[in-house]
Design a protein around this ligand. Structure first.
Ligand SMILES: *Cc1c(COP(=O)(O)O)cnc(C)c1O
Length: 402
C-alpha cells in the first residue's frame, strides 16, 4: 500500500483505524504454499484468533485455506464466512466437554489436548475421528508467555503419556485421524523445529488411521529491520525431505498441515492514530495519540516492538519521542523512538498491526473500538464500523439503586 492510500483512509474513515492490505496476506499465503510445493497434500489452516474479521476469513477462503479455531464462536464465524465444516479444525484448551460436543456435531474436525476429555469423547462418540494434540516438550525462545511446548505447559498431551493415550484409544475403539503439535514458540532455529517434528513423526507411527499431521505454527515475522524471521524456504526444503521419508515408512499418504496466524496477517496490518498533543517533561518528549492499550495491547502485554512512523510528515527531520496513549495507566507504545518530527494532529502509523491487535481490543476506559478497513482490489473497504456509545451501554441493565 502507498502512503497516499493510507492518508486517504484517515481522511475518509478518521482515526484511530486499522487497515489491512489483502495483497500482503495473499503474497504471504503463496509464499508458504511455494515453500512446500512438493507436498502433494498441503493444508494451510489460518488461525482465526490472530484477526477474526469475517471479510478476512472470506479472503482466506478465496485463497483456499482452512481454518484453525479455538472457540465455538470462531467456528461460527468461519461458517458464516462460507467455510465447509470439514475445512475447520477446532483446537481448544480448557473448554467444557459440552462445547466440544456441540462443535463436533457441526461436522468440524476436533483436536483434543487432554486425556480425560479424550476418554469421555471416545466413549461417547467412538465413530467420530479426532486429532490429538501432543506436547513434545521442546522449547525454543525464552518468553514463557508464548512458549507452550515446555514441561509445565497446560497445552497438549505429554509425549510421556503416549502409553495411556494408546490405551484409551484401544479401550474406546475410537479413531485418531490426526496428530498435532503447536509449541507456540517462534521457529527461529530450523533444527529445533525439526527436532520437535521428529518426535511427532515417531509418535505418529502408533496411529494407523492418520489422515493428517499438523505442525501448528510459530512462524516468526520481522518487526523491525534486522529482525530474524523464520526461513520458510529452508524449513520447506528440509521438512519436505523428512516428510516424504515418513510417508514411505507410514505406508500411505497423509496430509501435511500448518496453522499460521501471525505469518499471514501481521505485516499486512497498519494501525493509524492521530497525535492529540506533545508533552515535554524534564527528560522526555511524549507524543500522545488518540488510542491506548484498549486498542493495541501487544507492546504492553508482550513487550513487543512495533515500528512507528509519521505518515503526515514523512520527510521531517528525525527526533526522539516516546509514543504513549490516552489510557489512565502506563501505556507506552514505543520508548525513545526516532520518528520524523511530530506536530499536533499528525498521523502516526504502527506497523505489524494485523495479528493479535484488533482481536485483543477492548473497551477499557469506556472507549470505543476502532473501525477496520480492508485494502482489496485497489480500494479501501470498510469491514467494521467503529463503535458508538450505544455499544458501550447496550448490554447494561440499570436497576433501581435507592
Ligand atoms: C495461536 C495458535 C496458532 C497461530 O499461531 P501464530 O503464532 O499466530 O502463527 C496456531 N495453532 C494454535 C493451536 C494456536 O493456538
Amino acid at each position: 500500500m502507498k502512503r497516499k492510500d493510507l492518508l486517504n483512509i484517515t481522511k475518509k474513515f478518521g482515526t484511530p483505524v486499522y487497515v489491512y492490505d489483502s495483497n500482503k496476506i495473499t503474497s504471504q499465503f503463496n509464499r508458504l504454499k511455494r515453500a512446500f510445493n512438493e507436498i502433494s497434500d498441503l493444508r494451510i489452516h489460518y488461525a482465526v484468533k490472530a484477526l477474526s474479521n469475517i471479510s478476512i476469513l472470506k479472503l482466506m477462503r478465496k485463497l483456499n485455506a482452512g481454518l484453525d479455531t479455538v472457540s465455538i464462536q470462531e467456528v461460527e464465524l468461519g461458517l458464516i464466512a462460507g467455510f465447509e465444516a470439514k475445512k475447520i479444525i477446532y483446537t481448544p484448551n480448557g473448554v467444557s466437554f459440552n462445547e466440544i460436543e456441540r462443535v463436533s456435531k457441526m461436522g468440524v474436525q476436533i483436536n483434543i489436548d487432554n486425556l480425560s476429555l479424550l476418554e469421555q469423547f471416545g466413549s461417547k462418540y467412538p465413530k467420530t475421528p479426532v486429532c490429538v494434540r501432543i506436547n513434545p516438550h521442546v522449547m525454543a525462545g525464552g518468553n514463557s508467555n508464548i512458549s507452550v511446548g515446555h514441561i509445565d505447559s497446560k497445552f497438549g498431551i505429554s509425549i510421556h503419556q503416549i502409553p495411556l493415550l494408546k490405551r484409551i484409544v484401544e479401550n474406546t475403539k475410537m479413531c485418531v485421524n490426526g496428530i498435532h503439535m503447536h509449541t507456540g514458540s517462534d521457529i527461529l532455529d530450523i533444527e529445533v523445529f525439526l527436532y520437535a517434528s521428529e518426535i511427532l513423526f515417531t509418535n505418529a507411527m502408533h496411529f494407523k488411521d492418520l489422515e493428517f499431521i499438523d505442525f501448528g505454527s510459530g512462524f516468526k515475522v520481522p518487526y523491525k529491520k534486522g529482525d530474524k524471521e523464520t526461513n520458510i524456504e529452508e524449513l520447506g526444503e528440509k521438512l519436505t525431505i523428512r516428510f516424504k521419508k515418513f510417508l514411505k515408512n507410514y505406508g500411505k499418504n497423509v496430509q501435511l498441515a500448518f496453522e499460521p496466524g501471525k505469518f499471514l496477517v501481521s505485516e499486512a496490518g497498519y494501525f493509524l492514530t492521530s497525535v492529540n498533543s506533545l508533552k515535554q517533561t524534564t527528560s522526555t518528549v511524549f507524543a500522545q495519540v488518540n488510542s491506548g492499550f484498549n486498542h493495541f495491547i501487544r507492546p504492553m502485554f508482550y513487550n513487543s516492538f512495533h515500528e512507528i512512523y509519521n505518515l503526515s510528515n514523512n520527510m521531517g527531520k528525525k527526533r526522539f519521542y516516546s509514543v504513549v496513549g490516552y489510557i489512565c495507566e502506563t501505556d507506552t507504545f514505543g520508548n525513545n523512538r526516532e520518528i520524523e518530527e511530530i506536530s499536533d494532529g499528525d498521523i502516526l502509523v504502527f506497523k505489524n498491526a494485523g495479528a493479535y491487535c484488533f482481536s485483543m481490543a477492548n473497551n477499557y476506559n469506556s472507549r470505543l473500538k476502532p473501525a477496520e478497513v480492508l485494502w482489496y482490489n485497489g480500494k479501501a473497504n470498510l469491514i467494521r464500523e467503529k463503535e458508538n456509545f450505544e455499544d458501550i451501554i447496550n448490554k447494561q441493565i440499570q436497576i433501581n439503586i435507592e
